[in-house]
Design a protein around this ligand. Structure first.
Ligand SMILES: Cc1ncc(COP(=O)(O)O)c(C=O)c1O
Length: 420
């Protein structure tokens, strides 16, 4: 498939050759059709090679040694900060904090900022379509500090109730912590409408970018948020690496989350002083190889261009909605218009439990997610125990969506929906 943007074609065939795992046969000889990208993406050879190269040629601890290897490793590691900065158009490299994942990035804000600056009665607004990672840390803070947690509800089509948002975000709102895209339904959240509402009341805004940063151009300055959290492993990079971007003045005012080595300036037997931002938040030896290989993942996405990544996924989701919409017994959840979604299609098959659908799909080589997708409030709002979720990325093709649709039809036959 070819998506045109400017003059360069989006060559999915060439992209696929960079992902050896896509040649794998799974489930009795069926070729892998990987549609579980919202959980984690596959990794191109460029990223895999970078991990090997680091351990083979540069392995040393960072920020600690005057020897050549340590200086090389430090330079490679800190060099990725600049790549991340450019990728999200952050004003300063020092505003990029490396964490383990999105979950840790959000917890860092809850601990380092929330516990210092929020008091009983202060309101934190989240939404009903958040991943558990952007719900539970705020519930813990509520139980500990007496803050008030409010939700923007989901409408039946998987979008947020913006009317309600206008009422719930008010003068007592101190934080809006909101996802840019629902991992369960693919809903793209209109941040350009919500963030100004919070800013009008002087609230801090944290954006959960776990599903947006890998799939579309994100510019933190245009967004107007204060914090952005995302994970390397969902955007071609290794597991164990996440990012918290935060405004310099907020990061500087925050308390550390973890303490120990690397994050200090001085230590006596009585006390310690903190290192400057971002090192204040990077206690202990980090995932050096992972961060360096994450740099290769960013290079890969930059070479494709995030506008073209988004255009490719939009074509896939548009095709997928039409193709799956024609399969008997299939109910699709989330926004009906492809333009309002990322590359995610959540669905159920009449009278067949999502786990059973997932197993039949697996026997055709199709990898999807079946479950609550760490978004149980979404399942509760839809009044379903679970859904099946197909989620796309740069290497997926319409032909793979045909395999998915054919396998669902097979599940239909197997479980007798068509014969009933
Ligand atoms: C929207 C969203 N937020 C947060 C997370 C948590 O990411 P991680 O498991 O990498 O911490 C996910 C993962 O699926 C997600 O989709």
């Amino acid at each position: 498939m070819t998506a045109q943007n400017g003059h360069r074609p989006f060559d999915v065939g060439a992209i696929r050759r960079d992902f050896p795992i896509l040649k794998r046969e799974v489930a009795s000889g069926a070729r892998l059709v990987y549609l579980d990208n919202a959980a984690t993406s596959q990794k191109p050879v460029q990223v895999i090679a970078e991990i090997t190269r680091y351990y083979r040629d540069h392995n040393a601890n960072i920020h600690r040694g005057v020897h050549t290897l340590s200086m090389e490793a430090s330079e490679l590691y800190d060099g990725v900060r600049e790549k991340v900065r450019a990728f999200i158009n952050a004003p300063r490299e020092s505003e990029v904090v490396f964490t383990r994942n999105t979950t840790e990035s959000i917890n860092l804000v809850a601990y380092g900022w929330g516990r210092k600056f929020l008091a009983a009665g202060d309101e934190v607004v989240i939404s009903e379509i958040e991943h558990h990672s952007n719900i539970v840390p705020w519930q813990v803070l509520r139980d500990e500090r007496g803050i008030v947690l409010k939700y923007i509800p989901m409408l039946p089509d998987g979008t947020l109730d913006l009317e309600y948002a206008r009422q719930v975000i008010g003068p007592r709102t101190k934080l809006l912590a909101i996802t840019a895209m629902s991992n369960a339904l693919g809903t793209i959240v209109p941040l350009h409408e919500l963030i100004p509402l919070a800013k009008a009341h002087g609230a801090v805004v944290l954006v959960d970018g776990a599903q947006s940063v890998p799939h579309m151009a994100v510019d933190v300055q245009a967004l107007g948020a204060d914090f952005l959290a995302f994970s390397s492993h969902k955007m071609l990079g290794p597991t164990g690496v996440g990012v918290l971007w935060g405004r310099q003045e907020l990061l500087a005012a925050m308390d550390p989350f973890m303490s120990g080595g690397d994050m200090i300036l001085t230590v006596t037997m009585e006390s310690a002083t903190w290192n400057e931002v971002p090192y204040k938040f990077e206690a202990g030896t980090p995932n050096i190889a992972g961060v360096i290989a994450f740099g290769a993942a960013i290079d890969y996405l930059q070479s494709l261009g995030m506008e073209r990544v988004r255009a490719h996924e939009l074509e896939l989701v548009d095709y997928g909605l039409r193709r799956l919409g024609d399969v008997p017994g299939v109910t699709i959840y989330g926004p009906p218009d492809a333009a309002d979604r990322g590359g995610v299609i959540s669905f159920s098959v009449e009278d067949v439990h999502p786990h059973d659908v997932g197993q039949v799909l697996d026997s055709h080589g199709v990898a999807v997610r079946a479950g609550h997708h760490c978004a149980q409030p979404v399942m509760a709002a839809l009044n379903v125990p679970a859904t099946v979720r197909a989620s796309f990325y740069i290497y997926n093709t319409p032909a793979e969506i045909d395999v998915l649709a054919g396998a669902i039809e097979e599940a239909n036959r197997y479980f007798g929906v068509l014969s009933a």
